[in-house]
Each structure stands twice: as C-alpha cells, then as structure tokens.
Write a protein that binds this ligand. Structure first.
Ligand SMILES: Nc1ncnc2c1ncn2[C@@H]1O[C@H](COP(=O)(O)OP(=O)(O)OP(=O)(O)O)[C@@H](O)[C@H]1O
Ligand SMILES: [Mg+2]
Length: 322
C-alpha cells in the first residue's frame, strides 16, 4: 500500500507511433504462385516501442506503452499487450494499424516478410496525441521515442514529443533514423542510439567517433552508437568509451538494438554511471541475439556476459568538436 499522495512509481514510457500487429504464418513448405495451407498463425503486438517495453518488463520494470492504434489490427495488438501484462495508453486513430506478415517455411527453416505500409494519421489525431502527451509523460522516470513515423505524422514529431518531455524534466532516449532523428536532436534528448547506418546517414562523410561527436554538438546529451557484433561506441558528457563483448554471438540480431535502448533507459532510471550502463547495454543486447524473437533475451546469457564485457576509455573524442 503506497502512502497517500505518493508519486506514481518510477515508470518508463515507450512511444510506439507506428505500432504493428506482427503476424506469423507457419507453412510446412511454401509453394510460391500457388495456394498454401497455413498450419499455425501467431499474432502479437510489435514495433520498436513495444519491443523495448517487453525487454523492460522482463528486466522487472513496469513500462507503459503509448502511441497510436486503429482498426481490428490495432484492437488485436492492444489485446495482446493486455494478455502480456503490459500497460498501454494508446490513442485511437481511424486508420488501421499496420500488420507485418512473416511466412515461415518450416521445411527450409527460413522466413519471408511482408510489411504493410501503415496507417495515415489525420492532422487532428496527431494534434490530439500531442495535446495528451504531457499528461502521459509527466512524472515518468524516462521516455523512449523509437521507431518509424506513420504517414501524416510530421517529421519533427520526436522534437515535439521530446520538447514536452524536456519541459517536464523527463529524460528522453531517442532511437530514430533520417529526418526523424535529425529533427529529434532539436529537443536535446538525453541519449540517442543510432546504429551504424543511421549514424552514417545523420553525419555523412565522418567516421564513427566524429559522427557521434557531431550528433552531440547538434543537441544529443550523449550518443551511443551501436555497431552490431562490434558493440557500442559512446560519446557522453562523462567521457567516451568503446564497449564490446569479446565473442561474436550467432543468432537473430533483429531487436538487439531495441534491447540496448531498453538497457540505456533502465540505466538512467537506476542512476548508473556511464560505463555501467554501457556494460549492461552490451550484455543485454548480445543476449537478445540468442532469442529468435525481438523483445526477448536469454536471461542466463545476460548474466554470463556482464563480467565479460570489455570497456575501453577513449581520449580525445569527447572534445573533438568543442
Ligand atoms: N552478432 C552479435 N554478437 C554480439 N552482439 C551483438 C551482435 N549483434 C548485435 N549485437 C549487440 O546488439 C547491439 C545492437 O545491435 P545493432 O547495432 O545491430 O542494432 P540495430 O541495428 O539498431 O538493431 P535493431 O534496430 O534491429 O534492434 C550492438 O551494439 C551489440 O552490443
Ligand atoms: Mg535499431
């Protein structure tokens, strides 16, 4: 029982503007250009904001997922979040939430994906979401802005949401690409987490350390660049580090970046030092490669990797452009 008037527990809000319903068809052997009998269908809520929330939940946090959901696919995604025990505050939109369909050929053990284009959000719906956002983000310990923007949502969406969070003193972790990332920097997010391609697109012609330093100069409090099996390169107010696992992990790297983002948000909430946040981010994301589905990780591998992470301090990157 919490004392009267106590603040809400420190929760992390994740934002899934382009929520998905991930549909997987399991087919014994796919015959292209012919009819196929589907043996089993699996459906679950997806998208990066949901993946990050699932990882946070598995770490013992009680995240809340917000964003936009519409149509029967949106209803199904909502129902799946409820079934998974994930709290949501999704705002309804008229257009249907996108489905991502994966067809798994169980004989070959491979999959073919079909990504629907996603809904077009009406200007009034976006205005309603922006108006509702301060109440959703108030008193949270952190907010994660991640994933693509659906049609109709302005390119500076993450700047609008990030500015609202900043006004309320809530730290932002931003994981975005292209224009959404570039605009999002304007709201001075605490952390941005580009992967190698996103970093190169954001700062063309610069090597990774210089590009990370450039993103900081453009507004990011800290830049944590992920580099697949090579781990993380972090440029922060407290220094710069190269952090990695000695071994390369075989498995499914989809969603490893989302696990890194979850660890960085959790590290903010826990008040860990930068090296400690980065150690957890590398161990957790490597453990996520073990898991065939995005949003999950192998807990035993996470524990095993933590002491095996190498943390190398870099000199000279921090002040590169200052
Ligand atoms: N094969 C691997 N072995 C060990 N660690 C890995 C491997 N692939 C990824 N990782 C870990 O996961 C982190 C994130 O990976 P990556 O840079 O591929 O992210 P991403 O492209 O943003 O992924 P996504 O957006 O699909 O979640 C890396 O920084 C690293 O710590
Ligand atoms: Mg990513």
């Amino acid at each position: 029982v919490s004392p009267a008037g106590a603040a809400r527990p420190a929760t992390i809000l994740t934002v899934a503007l382009n929520l998905a319903l991930d549909v997987t068809y399991f087919v014994e052997r796919v015959e292209w250009h012919a009819g196929n009998r589907v043996a089993r269908v699996h459906e679950q809520a997806g998208g990066k904001g949901v993946n990050v929330a699932r990882v946070l939940q598995a770490l013992g946090h009680e995240p809340v997922v917000t964003g936009l959901a519409g149509g029967t696919s949106g209803d199904a995604a909502r129902a799946d979040l409820a079934a998974a025990g994930l709290r949501e505050a999704l705002l309804p939109i008229a257009a249907a939430t996108r489905r991502t369909v994966a067809v798994v050929d169980e004989t070959h053990g491979d999959a073919t994906g079909f990504w629907e284009p996603g809904p077009t959000v009406d200007a009034h719906e976006w205005a309603d979401f922006v108006a509702a956002f301060p109440a959703l983000v108030r008193d949270r310990a952190a907010v994660v802005l991640t994933g693509s923007l659906p049609g109709g949502v302005p390119l500076d969406a993450y700047a609008q949401l990030g500015s609202a969070a900043a006004r309320l003193g809530v730290p932002v972790v931003l994981d975005a690409d292209g224009e959404a990332l570039r605009h999002g920097l304007g709201a001075r997010p605490a952390v941005v987490k580009p992967n190698a391609g996103e970093l190169a697109r954001a700062a063309p012609g610069l090597d990774a350390p210089a590009a990370a330093a450039w993103l900081r100069a453009a507004g990011a409090g800290a830049v944590v660049a992920s580099r697949g099996p090579d781990g993380l390169l972090a440029v922060t107010p407290d220094g710069s580090w190269r952090v990695r696992l000695a071994e390369r992990v075989d498995g499914n790297p989809t969603g490893a970046g989302d696990a890194a983002v979850a660890a960085l948000a959790a590290g903010i909430v826990a008040g860990w030092s930068w090296p400690e946040r980065l150690r957890h981010a590398v161990a957790l994301s490597a453990a996520a490669v073990h898991s065939p589905v995005a949003g999950a990780f192998a807990a035993d591998a996470y524990r095993r990797y933590l002491p095996a992470v190498s943390i190398e301090r870099l000199d000279g990157v921090h002040g590169l452009l200052s």
